[in-house]
Design a protein around this ligand. Structure first.
Ligand code: NAD
Length: 473
């Protein structure tokens, strides 16, 4: 039984003032595997004070010093690869086939930030003025459970590159990943107070951070509902806010697509990270002229998806992270049936031979875009085929959503796919691909968020331009 009873403040592992216990589960069985002692508001305040003390010195460090720190952090996290791999599999059921990406990503993102920093122009001449990009201050970094180590390292890397200090509030559900990352970063020997990690509840520790006057910036990844609460809380002190929120991404299958390639790609886009991905392509827009063919191939592909033991290399869909999440997915499948969608594969219940929080990879067809399952983020392996008549209608359906995080266009004609991609309102559009580029900005239009992460846009978001004019400039 794992017991995690420390948080990290001012360069030390300390016992939290908070005493509330929180159980960790193995999602593959539902069994309790550990217990975390959660931090409270007082711990959040202590962490903020430590980050505030560290800021004046750290904000004056130069590029070279920060680049060395970032590489050192990356190397330290890389050393814990094996532990992190076990943690992501055991803690939220990441299939081993996916887990490798999940544990390499935090390392890569730290190296990427160092590379970005090397070329970033902090001083710029604009007209007769000199503009310097100044670090904002103490950053509050709040992360979800679905890629906890990656989000902690990604946000912290950018904060450090900018010269900010940080208080990190990871999801309470991923305390084991947090513990490993914290130990690694501690071993990297960063200055005390530069980063602080307080695992606690969102409505307590998260809220204490978003409301605190000494926090200058919030970078949040999580649900749209929580993002809105954070934006409201941050308004009082006019914090700078970056929000990476939910999605309901369309996959637009054009009528000329090679289905033998397009269908597996569409299913992978929908079910990545067991469907627990903000960028999951959960609305498959299919031309009515080829609907029967698409339905048959998609049904076969979904039925062939291996859902079960996350340690089996063949598995691509593991369990849901929690009982709550499992129940939520079941409810959406039920609603889909009640609202008249046609079930082609999966459905309510568990895949045969599993216990724990497994759901059946599910495919609906005859879905209309006004149905609940086409409008709301399910965050599980549920794919909805939405038929369309022509390209015009496909674009209209794709954009008829409150979200705008990511979209996929699949076609044999890349010029045509490009024309469609140009009309999609989303932060990222992928053509015949599931690619990721850490140098390019990532983030959402509309209610998928505010601002961008990664690359120079991501770094800009931790900085404030300051203009100098007049004599001697
Ligand atoms: P969540 O919003 O429930 O929680 C995210 C974090 O916010 C957690 O650390 C939580 O404790 C904290 N929190 C909760 N209430 C808070 C409050 N009032 N003030 C401050 N912090 C608070 O999300 P989740 O269930 O952990 O993650 C799943 C969601 O995250 C999905 O909606 C998914 O789409 C989204 N997500 C978005 C991206 C992206 O980059 N756009 C990436 C991954 C996940």
């Amino acid at each position: 039984m794992l017991s995690i009873d420390t948080i990290y403040i001012d360069g030390r592992f300390v016992t939290p003032h908070g005493t509330e216990p929180f159980d960790l589960h193995d999602p593959a069985t539902g069994a309790v595997t550990g217990r975390v002692r959660l931090a409270d508001e007082e711990d959040a305040r202590a962490a903020i004070a430590a980050a505030k003390r560290a800021f004046p010195t750290f904000s004056r460090t130069g590029k070279a010093e920060r680049i060395v720190l970032l590489h050192r952090m990356a190397d330290a996290v890389a050393e814990r690869r094996g532990d992190l791999l076990d943690a992501v599999i055991d803690e939220y059921g990441a299939p081993v086939s996916r887990a490798a990406f999940m544990v390499d990503y935090p390392v890569n993102v730290l190296h990427e930030a160092a590379e970005l920093l090397a070329d970033y122009p902090f001083l710029r001449r604009m007209g007769t003025a000199e503009v310097s990009m100044e670090p904002l201050g103490v950053a509050g970094l709040i992360t979800p459970w679905n890629s906890n180590a990656g989000f902690i390292c990604g946000k912290l890397a950018t904060a450090i590159a900018a010269g900010c200090t940080a208080v990190i509030k990871p999801s309470e559900m991923s305390a084991r990943q947090t513990q490993i990352v914290t130990e690694a970063l501690h071993a990297a020997g960063l200055p005390p107070g530069l980063f602080n990690i307080v695992t606690g509840r969102g409505d307590r520790v998260g809220a204490a951070i978003t409301g605190h006057p000494d926090i200058a910036k919030i970078s949040f990844t999580g649900s749209t509902a929580t993002g809105k609460a954070i934006l409201r809380a941050a308004a009082d002190t006019l914090k700078r806010v970056t929000l990476e929120l939910g999605g309901k991404s369309p996959t637009i299958l054009l009528d000329d697509a090679d289905l033998s390639r397009a269908i597996p790609l569409a299913v992978s886009a929908a079910f990545m990270n067991s469907g627990q991905a903000c960028i999951a392509g959960t609305r498959l827009l299919a031309p009515r002229s080829r609907l029967a063919e698409i339905e048959a191939l998609a049904k076969a592909a979904v039925e062939a998806v291996c859902a079960g033991d996350p340690r089996d290399p063949a598995t691509t869909v593991g369990p849901m992270v929690s009982r709550t999440q499992w129940e939520r997915v079941q409810r959406y499948i039920r609603i889909g049936v009640e609202e008249g969608a046609v079930l082609l594969a999966g459905g309510e219940g568990r895949p045969e031979g599993t216990e724990g929080w497994f759901v059946r990879p599910t495919l609906f067809t005859a879905v209309r875009n006004d149905m609940t399952i086409a409008r709301e983020e399910i965050f599980g392996p549920v794919l909805s085929i939405i038929p369309y008549e022509d390209e015009e209608e496909a674009v209209a359906i794709a954009n008829d959503t409150i979200y705008g995080l990511q979209a996929y266009v699949l076609s044999a004609d890349t010029a045509r796919a490009r024309r469609v991609a140009d009309r999609i309102v989303a932060g990222r559009v992928l053509i015949n691909s599931l690619a990721h580029d850490p140098k390019a900005p990532f983030g959402g239009f509309k209610q998928s968020g505010i601002g961008r992460e990664y690359g120079s846009f991501g770094l800009d978001a931790f900085l404030e331009p300051k203009t100098l004019l007049g004599e001697g400039v």
